[in-house]
Design a protein around this ligand. Structure first.
Ligand code: DQA
Length: 145
């Protein structure tokens, strides 16, 4: 069966393309979704791409991923910096987690320098805009069989 990669996007990422484009770029979330679908199918993988503005829904999806997903790529948006609930859900996911951010968190406000997700992620990709999602998928080539 083809590996299923669960790609989770947190609050406000539905506004990509129009939200602070000088920070987040002009690609929309749909552009990113389509780009990932293409790259994943070239690898023989499937993508399940989701976005929510609600913390609990993201937790539910991570729990769903325990059963169905081979890996998680997550951009938790602002919940990255606040959510123990998402951290705990990710802790219960025993396969690879890649953390992605469009912007370089460490060039921004200090409250963005701390991530609850990084300690449970295999790696962190930030600062490369939409391309970060493609880089995350590429990183999984050596991890997901
Ligand atoms: C973000 C960075 C977060 O600090 C911010 O709250 C976001 C987007 C990024 O992709 O750069 O919503 O995760």
């Amino acid at each position: 069966m083809a590996a299923l990669i669960l790609v989770l996007n947190g609050p406000n990422l539905n506004l990509l393309g129009t939200r602070e484009p000088e920070i987040y770029g002009t690609a929309t979330l749909d552009d990113i979704h389509q780009m990932m679908n293409k790259s994943a199918s070239a690898l023989g993988w499937q993508i399940d791409f989701r976005q929510s503005n609600h913390e609990g829904e993201l937790v539910d999806w991570i729990q769903w991923g325990r059963v169905h997903a081979s890996a998680i790529i997550i951009n938790a948006g602002a919940y990255t910096h606040t959510s123990v609930a998402i951290l705990d859900a990710l802790r219960a996911f025993d396969k690879a987690i890649i953390e992605v951010h469009l912007s370089n968190l460490f060039q921004r406000e200090t409250f963005r320098h701390h991530s609850y997700i990084t300690p449970v992620a295999r790696g962190l990709i930030c600062g490369f805009g939409a391309r970060g999602y493609a880089l995350a998928l590429d990183a999984l080539r050596d991890i997901v069989s």
